[in-house]
Design a protein around this ligand. Structure first.
Ligand SMILES: Nc1ncnc2c1ncn2[C@@H]1O[C@H](COP(=O)(O)OP(=O)(O)O)[C@@H](O)[C@H]1O
Ligand SMILES: O=C(CO)[C@@H](O)[C@H](O)[C@H](O)[C@H](O)COP(=O)(O)O
Length: 478
């Protein structure tokens, strides 16, 4: 009898950490079953380490992210964790953190099981970071890549630190995304390995030659020694150096994936599916035919970018910076206003109340362009509200207009006509901000004249687990 294949997927998202245990189920149409899953809010936002970043700086405390990860693992069934034969990790792309080789973490006996505690690490500067102004970006060398460089991209952040805080960089000798860090710590790697999915998200990476723009970067004084070595997504980065929550020592860990690609992997069943993922950010994605090569000239004004997927294929992606975070900003604002008025209210109550109110308000003349973070192709176009009449000011109207605005903004970046030209026949909705919000679902249905179906709400974690599951099954066959 073939050994049971259980794999663990972890997604280190901007808002929450998710984990999912997946097992092969040959009798099931999907071929797999999710045995258990868990999500924990990371609440990791913190003040920038470099004051010069100003209010545009967006950083997260790595310790809190790892704490949320450990809480997730602790909540999964121990008997299933014992059977795990592979770990896949994905996470928020573009961001960068730094650590000192050999001092990135310390393994401690955290109660019943060893856990790792971050050591000499920086904050994570996230994809939402806005410290690199248009002028600063224009001063950087032109990349030799089909992808342009935007604020919040790892290489842009490193350039900014080089200029504004060179001593800060001197404290570290290693860099990676948060998910590269976790893989490196689990396996005890001296240097992290990075998939081309994440390398491309940092900028200055050529997906054709699979190499960093070392000459261009080196000539500009960029600390190229910080750039991780690049490995194939779906390959193994190493094996766990310790037993971890019942997962045996020596378990294979995959090279970290982008959360975008992991989400798509979890739910894109056909090449003719488009995936609409709404989590903190929002992306609309279609798959490009094999052999497709993006034009090698970066175009910062293009709303659609081509990101590497698996086996040298590409995804066409409209990646909006304004997704669930817009609703979260609205909720924080309401909670803060109420606190200012002496009233305390739980955020989860506000979410459910506003979604319910908007579900009853089927239409509105209020128009909200929700781009509070701008967009990479239009960084200076911020949010606006128009069509304000005194009859359209209820919570239901405003929430309906916000949800409509998020979908319309994405639609304007990648219109249905383009999807149709690419042969898209169906939209698959994924991400927990979408699965938990009936009004967003209605607005998706309203905008796209295509059948829409839904994945699971821990999609990227499931996708990361599935990549390792496929690997384990093909190893068993060979
Ligand atoms: N109680 C809730 N009900 C509905 N939506 C919520 C609730 N709490 C948070 N959200 C939405 O979910 C988004 C975060 O989704 P999540 O999947 O955790 O993101 P990420 O994968 O980026 O970490 C928030 O930005 C917010 O829009
Ligand atoms: O920005 C892009 C791609 O350019 C996103 O698609 C990418 O997935 C990033 O990881 C997200 O912005 C962050 O993911 P999430 O936390 O919002 O799920």
């Amino acid at each position: 009898m073939a050994a049971r294949s259980v794999t663990l997927g972890i997604d280190l998202g901007t808002t929450s950490v998710k984990a999912a245990l997946v097992e092969a189920a040959p009798g099931d149409p999907s071929g797999f079953v999710v045995l258990a899953s868990c999500a924990r809010a990371a609440r990791a936002e913190t003040a920038a380490q470099n004051a010069a970043a100003g209010p545009q700086g967006q950083e997260q405390d790595v310790r809190r992210i790892i704490q949320a990860l450990h809480e997730c693992l602790a909540a999964l069934p121990r008997e299933q964790l014992r059977k795990v034969c592979g770990i896949g990790v994905s996470g928020q792309m573009h961001g960068v953190m730094f650590w000192k080789t050999g001092q990135g973490c310390a393994w401690t006996e955290g109660g019943a099981t060893p856990v790792f505690e971050p050591g000499a690490v920086s904050h994570l500067v996230t994809w939402q970071d806005g410290r690199c102004s248009s002028e600063f970006l224009a001063s950087l060398p032109q990349p030799e890549s089909h992808l342009s460089v935007a604020t919040g991209f790892g290489c842009a952040t490193i350039f900014w630190l080089l200029k504004n805080s060179p001593d800060f960089l001197k404290s570290y000798d290693t860099a990676g995304t948060i998910h590269d860090y976790v893989v490196a710590m689990l396996c005890g790697l001296a240097r992290p390995l990075m998939s081309d999915q994440n390398a491309a998200s940092w900028g200055y990476f050529n997906t054709r030659s699979q190499s960093w723009n070392l000459e261009i970067l080196g000539a500009a004084g960029f600390p190229v020694q910080l750039l991780p070595d690049v490995a194939e997504p779906g390959s193994v980065a190493g094996r766990t150096s310790q037993a971890w929550f019942e997962i045996p020592r020596g378990t294979q860990v995959g090279v970290a994936l982008g959360d975008l690609q992991a989400s798509v992997y979890s739910c894109m069943a056909q090449k003719t599916d488009a995936v609409l993922n709404i989590s903190t950010s929002v992306q609309l994605v279609a798959s490009m035919p094999s052999g497709f090569q993006p034009v090698q000239t970066p175009d910062p004004a293009a709303p659609v970018a081509y990101f590497p997927y698996f086996d040298r294929t590409y995804l066409a992606v409209a990646a909006s910076l304004n997704g669930g975070n817009v609703l979260a900003t609205f909720v924080h604002m309401l909670v803060q206003w109420m606190a200012d008025l002496g009233l305390e209210v739980e955020e989860s109550m506000v979410y459910s109340g506003m979604i319910q109110a908007a579900a009853q308000q089927r239409d509105t003349c209020l128009t909200i362009t929700p781009t509070v973070l701008g967009e990479r192709h239009l960084p200076d176009q911020l949010a606006s509200v128009t069509g304000i009449s005194s009859s359209d000011l209820s919570l239901g109207h405003v929430t309906r207009a916000l949800c409509r605005g998020i979908i319309q903004n994405l639609y304007s970046m990648l219109p249905f006509q383009q999807l149709r030209e690419w042969g898209v026949e169906r939209v698959i909705g994924s991400g927990s901000a979408l699965s938990r919000n009936e009004v967003l679902k209605q607005e998706v249905q309203r905008a796209f004249p295509l059948p829409v179906s839904y994945g699971q709400d821990v999609d990227a974690a499931v996708g990361a687990a599935l990549v390792m599951l496929q690997r384990s099954l093909s190893q068993q066959k060979s």
